[in-house]
Design a protein around this ligand. Structure first.
Ligand SMILES: NC(=O)c1ccc[n+]([C@@H]2O[C@H](COP(=O)([O-])OP(=O)(O)OC[C@H]3O[C@@H](n4cnc5c(N)ncnc54)[C@H](O)[C@@H]3O)[C@@H](O)[C@H]2O)c1
Length: 248
């Protein structure tokens, strides 16, 4: 299997979940974690915004593992809650472009690179969406992040129809999860979103009916379920582990 953004946060938990069940994993990420990966995980350094890097990651998985059964599109960045009137148009355009290129174009290029191999193995794709794929503000999303995650929902639905009956395409849309998530600011994307963890955890709990902050390890099991035989009748579906935001 191949996971983008697998060096940190939700992606990292997905990598550990599959590796713990004996599945060999390739990670495409721009950074390698300082504490390394479990056995059976291969790191490919690269940028999801580049077609060639996505293709290199797929080729690596096929070369090492004899094929590709699961593609997890997950690498993403935030916009630190920037709303329409916070920035002049030119700066807002830069922000939108940066968020779009990782959160939407990156998913499309990963899917393109993986699709032929997944067709030949009757495999599946699982993408990380967000409560911001459905809600306007949710857990602190600004305009660029919300637009990108709504677009990613459209991408999941389109690919599910496009690739049926050969490849299933599903998604997980978490609510707030305390991770190393970074936000694009100007030309850089180095602002930590969860820089005040206790305060933010309180805000996440206050927002959802179950009063929970999601744990990446629990989320990871949902990805394995969607990629498994148990979900063989599901495509174009989104699991929403967000503490019940839809009923608020
Ligand atoms: N943390 C949350 O509250 C939350 C909630 C819902 C959805 N999400 C989504 O979960 C996904 C994972 O985010 P996370 O919270 O685990 O954050 P994270 O920062 O801990 O992990 C994201 C990983 O993606 C990598 N990455 C970012 N840009 C990249 C690029 N251009 N090329 C290659 N790798 C790149 C980063 O290096 C990092 O390892 C994202 O799509 C995010 O939008 C997060």
């Amino acid at each position: 299997m191949l996971v983008t953004g697998g060096s940190s946060g939700i992606g990292r938990a997905v990598v550990e979940e599959f590796a713990a069940h004996g599945d060999p994993v390739v990670v495409l990420d721009r950074e390698e974690p300082a504490d390394g990966f479990p056995d059976g995980v291969t790191f490919v350094g690269g940028d999801v915004r580049r077609a060639a890097d996505n293709e290199r990651a797929v080729t690596t998985a096929v070369r090492l593992h004899g094929g590709l059964g699961v593609f997890v599109g997950n690498a993403g960045i935030h916009d630190a809650g920037t709303t329409l009137l916070d920035l002049p148009g030119a700066e807002l355009g830069v922000l939108m472009q940066r968020v779009w290129e990782v959160n939407v174009l990156g998913y499309l290029l990963g899917a393109r690179a993986a699709a032929e191999e997944l067709k030949s193995t009757a495999g599946s794709m699982v993408f990380t969406l967000s409560d911001a794929s459905f809600l306007v503000r949710g857990n602190g999303a600004g305009v660029a992040y919300a637009v990108s995650k709504h677009a990613a929902l459209g991408l999941v639905r389109h690919l599910a129809a496009d690739l049926a009956p050969h490849v299933r395409v599903n998604a997980v849309a978490p609510g707030g999860v305390l991770t190393g998530l970074r936000a694009a600011v100007g030309e850089s994307d180095d602002r930590a979103v969860y820089d005040r963890p206790e305060e933010i955890a309180r805000a996440i709990r206050d927002l959802n009916p179950l009063g929970v902050v999601l744990d990446p390890g629990r989320l990871a099991a949902l990805y394995r379920f969607l990629a498994s035989e148990a979900a063989s009748g599901m495509t174009g579906e989104v699991l929403r582990p967000d503490g019940g935001l839809a009923v608020r």
